[in-house]
Design a protein around this ligand. Sequence first.
Ligand SMILES: Cc1ncc(COP(=O)(O)O)c(C=O)c1O
Length: 397
Amino acid sequence: MKESSILVHAGQSAAQAHRPVNMPVHRASTIIASTLEGYEANERGDNMFKNVCYGALGTQNAFALCDAVNQLEQGAGSMVTSSGLAACTQSVLCFVGAGDHVLMPDSVYGPLRMFCETILPRFGVETTFYDPLVGEGIGLLIKANTRVVYTEAPGSLTFEMQDIPAIVKAAHAKGVVVIMDNTWAGPLYFKPLAHGVDICVEAATKFISGHSDLVLGIITARTHELYKQMRGFCVQMGEIASADDCWLALRGLRTMKVRMEAQQKSALELARWLKERPGVKDVLYPPLESDPGHELWKRDFSGAGALFSIVLEKTPRKAVAAMLDGYEFFGIGASWGGFGSLVELCHPERSAVNRKGTVWNEGNSTIVRFAIGLEDVDDLRRDLENGFTRLNDALGR
Ligand SMILES: Cc1ncc(COP(=O)(O)O)c(C=O)c1O
């Protein structure tokens, strides 16, 4: 089945006659069994991952969403978590114990970096942050106790591309699990598992749900063994998402392709325009031919998330505020992947004060991140242009 059709139909029970187009919301803690044997059989072995038997293991809505995402990811099984961050942290925790070591890219999503710096050490797990551009060189950083190589491409805020196949090859040669945060490209534009990644995590909060109205994570495993291990771990940790959020996410998924196509088209157009604009030092967006990660992006990805950053000369906060506060369409807010455009002042130097790789340690720049929505691209360009006028006025230029 082609991806457009999977998006529209996956997770529907076609066999059922006279059904609503969308599955109803199955809110439940308890599922009543008709017999003792049926009740106990449901909770035996793998059955509890396949059959709806208790709300904390997911109802039909979670199963339908997981089925759809798993098909898109070409995985052995998917599971939902309470947030995208939970998908990131649980995927790491699943594979480590006291005395183990984890490799994290310097450009990783800030809250996951904090988790590695503050929580993992309490359980005796050490993290080394590596240069995201390391490629096959990751092999040299793998120690006897390394259990996880974590990847995210492109990196959060600063958009470094990673050579995923090279990293996978080097990590697998030493028997180390590779996890990837694939939220930016999503299951349509990059297939981590087909590139050998073992565990794919995504914040369904972003493009999958697409409407800025829920927080949800999804983990997908490459093999059945990894799925069993990961799902068993999530069940024990009590990871689940509400039936309502799974329902909304599946509804969002139905239109993900058309949304992402339209959003990436506008994003590229605006990124190209911004790149040429006086006062903009750089635009960090791998689809741009000028981006250092462009060749890797072109080789491995079939599209792009509509999220990029611009780099300005170090700008006083008041002037940045003048630019951001007056936008008509760009809401100032965290997150991305929704239908509306957003803007955020970023501080990569804060979440990565210890960046040891070659990347972001410049204190002489200001970074502003834009999530491009479904508004008319000319309206967005005008909004951005007016923002630069306010910025220049505030700077007395
Ligand atoms: C790349 C990336 N991964 C994970 C997350 C976490 O997602 P959530 O906000 O659902 O916890 C985010 C959130 O911004 C993100 O940008």
